[in-house]
Design a protein. Structure first.
Length: 387
């Protein structure tokens, strides 16, 4: 009977684990750590009060009266010399127009328009943005949502500090408000990791997406690109796909200062959050470049690493190979310490209150990712893409 060589098996497993470890360390020590490192640098820089070109903030609303009432004044009261806020109303059945009239009486730089009921467009959100840009007076366009609220009166200044020659796009950080419960912590942690990915890559010169709650671009770039003409058949993509098409290492900058943070409320139902995640999963299939492959590599090497550590520990303990046992423990400790340090530092830099939950999230996120992909496969993806 052939005897199994457990030493060779353990060695092979640990080699795979070490390869996964090196990949994991690369991601967390370089692209994923850039947010908190640049947050420190940007917070130390004095405000550039001389670089404040006039700009237009565009918001598309639909049945969001309460959100407009709560959040719009924080945008209209920004400490910024010259700007306008254009709210495009998409056939709201609620009190949006009444709220806008009341707020407009207090703020003369608020302008409102609407999408005609007869308008035919696959994505009314894209149509709303296009109408807002057409109505705007200024070259720089800032995009956000009615449910978003800046944490600082210097939010627009934090964006405008990057409006320099050669820059066409500025992207910033947005996350959910901190709430109680595991689901609240999960979605804040998830958005933090998403931000570490796309903002981290942009800070490293490889922008590939943005989220349309905190970003700006030149009107000229939008017009030269013919707006969203490449996405006319898609329901989504007015933010991530559009930026994916026009961004490069030369024309894109990132703001992650404390003044640049934008907040949005926790979703009332999990289905709302899941639908949004599936929507970005769908549009992600259209990204150019290697971003999706890179993100997948990081996620699944974390799985490979954990499996290799568990397998190595089990086999080495059974066979009393204490050197292999110690090696597995040291490798696990190195990765865990690195990952938790980067997560916690980034969390503190961006005002998140999550520290103790990250350990759970790091273990569970491959399962979350798998569940999301299964949910995407189980649904008709055309519901998220085409009219």
């Amino acid at each position: 009977m052939t005897q199994i060589d457990f030493t060779s098996i353990t060695l092979f497993i640990q080699v795979l684990g070490m390869l996964a470890l090196f990949i994991q360390l690369y991601y967390f020590l370089f692209p994923y750590s850039r947010i908190y490192r640049h947050n420190k640098l940007q917070d130390k820089q004095p405000a550039n009060n001389s670089n404040c070109p006039p700009l237009s903030v565009i918001i598309v609303t639909k049945d969001s009266a309460s959100m407009l009432k709560e959040n719009l004044p924080a945008i209209l009261e920004q400490d910024y010399p010259e700007f306008e806020v254009i709210v495009v109303n998409d056939e709201s059945a609620g009190e949006d127009e009444d709220i806008l009239k009341i707020i407009g009486n207090q703020y003369p730089h608020l302008y409102r328009t609407f999408i005609p009921k007869t308008a035919r467009y696959v994505s009314r959100k894209k149509l709303g943005i296009a109408m807002g840009i057409k109505a705007s007076k200024y070259d720089w366009i800032v995009i956000t949502e009615p449910y978003c609220k800046p944490e600082s009166k210097n939010w627009l200044r934090s964006l405008a500090g990057n409006f320099v020659h050669g820059t066409d796009i500025v992207i910033g950080y947005c996350n959910y408000s901190n709430g109680k419960g595991l689901f609240a912590k999960r979605i804040v942690s998830d958005m933090l990791l998403v931000s570490m990915r796309y903002l981290g890559r942009a800070l490293g010169g490889s922008p590939y997406m943005a989220i349309g709650r905190n970003m700006a671009y030149r009107k000229e770039v939008y017009l030269n690109h013919k707006g969203f003409h490449n996405q006319l058949t898609l329901m989504r993509g007015e933010d991530d796909l559009f930026i994916n098409e026009i961004a490069n290492k030369r024309n894109t900058k990132v703001t992650v200062s404390s003044d640049s943070i934008m907040r949005m409320p926790q979703p009332e139902h999990r289905k709302v959050w899941k639908g949004d995640k599936i929507g970005y999963e769908v549009t992600g299939n259209h990204y150019k470049g290697t971003a999706r492959l890179s993100n997948g590599l990081e996620t699944w090497t974390s799985v490979l690493f954990n499996i290799s550590v568990i397998a190595s520990l089990c086999i080495s303990i059974i066979n009393r190979d204490w050197i292999f046992t110690a090696a597995a423990c040291i490798a696990w400790l190195i990765r865990t310490t690195t990952v938790m340090t980067v997560f916690i530092k980034t969390s503190k830099a961006m005002g998140e209150k999550l520290s103790a939950y990250f350990f759970i999230y790091d273990i569970m996120r491959p399962l979350y990712s798998l569940g999301l992909k299964l949910a995407y496969m189980a649904r008709n993806k055309n519901d998220y893409m085409r009219k």
